[in-house]
Design a protein around this ligand. Structure first.
Ligand code: AMP
Length: 397
């Protein structure tokens, strides 16, 4: 079963082709185009590249095309991208202006080009659909909530990957199976009285979020209504007081659009450091004594600890803290700073193992640490392919 996973930007098309036959999961091809001006041609070129590589001879061999869609009104999970779902995405263009419009346009073009191939979306919000309501609400008037102003949370594909893989690595195959079935049975499968599994998943990268996971399902996340929340992002602000924007508009004499632009392009690690939006550069500059870089680093670390602490309490402790994504997988010093001085909570990092670990699945806590600390490289596209396959198989029955 060949599943194409397409990542659509306003001027980019990236893809991975997986063979998901039987129990195998093989990456057959990956590629992409930047600075796309003619999207139909980019889709044509993608299919030509797959044929030239000999991984398909005809697009009818594709069992489906899967998309990591972001958000839609009253729709989440892994679903077929029909007219109803595309309209639901359009209804929330305002919540995901950089993502929903290009996805809607691109999906329509895929549908025109290959009308018989199922197009399936795994929404980034899907992993949070079973979170307790109290964790997903803002304390806003009812009309605001009805308009979509609530914690949606994102990076769902990545945190779901971590939920499944960490359960396997911890020997909790019952929980891993529950994660696999999550969108098929609505999180209803029980663990038959087994001990709960409490995981705190730290997706730290250009965009960062921390998610609390109980028995394979998210209970909440640092990201809120938009990815402009929670931890400081590369050049996007993290958590910010609701009064800050109207105050900045009045005091700085800028428009609301300019305030939004600055908060999404000039803020976050870039704004704090005054230097760069790239954590490698920030860490290097901080090590050389640059005050702005040190401030950005310290703020990032304390924000990560803040959210880990929140879920540690909410979950009544943790069996594992998992690091993933560009920073989480590669930057040992930042992992060490986040895990420093937590022995009182049973969180003990093995400094040597941590320093030696880069982008490989590894346990980096000491043997006597009550909380296991893991590095698990994420694979969001694989999650899209897996869920797409499950939906196809489930709907065939
Ligand atoms: P991501 O968004 O997951 O690609 O992560 C990007 C962030 O990870 C940037 O801030 C990078 O500086 C940081 N990073 C650190 N080491 C690496 C690495 N070896 N490869 C990619 N990103 C890295």
């Amino acid at each position: 079963m060949k599943i194409l996973v397409a990542n659509l930007g306003s001027t980019s098309l990236k893809w991975r082709l997986f063979d998901c036959s039987n129990n195998a999961e093989r990456l057959l091809h990956k590629g992409g185009f930047e600075r796309v001006t003619d999207y139909p041609k980019a889709i044509e070129d993608c299919l030509a590249a797959l044929k030239a590589a000999g991984v398909i001879t005809n697009e009818s061999e594709l069992a489906a095309v899967g998309f990591k869609t972001v958000i839609a009104k009253d729709v989440t999970g892994c679903v077929r991208l029909d007219e109803r779902v595309l309209s639901a995405m359009a209804a929330y263009n305002g919540l995901a202006p950089a993502h929903n419009p290009p996805y809607i346009t691109g999906i329509k073009l895929f549908a025109q080009r290959m009308p018989t191939v199922p197009l399936i979306g795994l929404f980034e919000t899907a992993f949070y659909q079973f979170a307790p309501e109290a964790m997903t609400r803002y304390a806003v008037p009812a009309a605001w909530h009805a308009a979509g102003i609530r914690r949606w949370s994102f990076h769902g594909a990545s945190h779901k990957f971590v939920a499944e893989r960490s359960a396997e690595l911890l020997g909790r195959h019952d929980v891993a199976e529950r994660v696999r079935r999550l969108y098929l049975d609505g999180g209803k499968s029980s663990l038959n009285g087994a001990a709960p599994l409490r995981v705190i998943s730290c997706h730290l990268g250009g965009s960062s979020s921390i998610t609390g996971i109980l028995n394979g399902a998210a209970i909440g996340s640092s990201m809120g209504m938009s990815p402009q929340s929670g931890l400081p992002q590369n050049n996007r602000v993290g958590d910010l007081d609701a009064e800050a924007i109207p105050y900045a508009v009045k005091t700085l004499g800028i428009t609301i659009e300019e305030a939004q632009r600055q908060l999404s392009k000039e803020a976050g690690l870039k704004g704090l450091s005054g230097l760069s939006n790239d954590m490698r550069e920030i860490a290097e500059a901080a090590a050389k004594g640059d005050a702005g870089a040190k401030l950005a680093l310290d703020h990032f670390v304390s924000s990560a600890r803040h959210w880990i602490g929140a879920f540690f309490l909410e979950l009544n402790g943790a069996d594992a803290i998992v690091f993933t994504a560009g920073i989480g997988e590669n930057q040992a010093d930042i992992r060490a700073a986040i895990c420093a001085n937590l022995e009182g909570l049973g969180i003990k990092l093995d400094l040597a193992k941590n320093a030696a670990t880069r982008a490989t699945e590894t346990v980096i806590s000491t043997p006597d640490s009550a909380v296991k600390i893991l590095v698990v490289p994420t694979n969001e596209e694989l999650v899209v392919a897996r869920e797409t396959k499950r939906l196809l198989e489930h709907s065939a029955h």
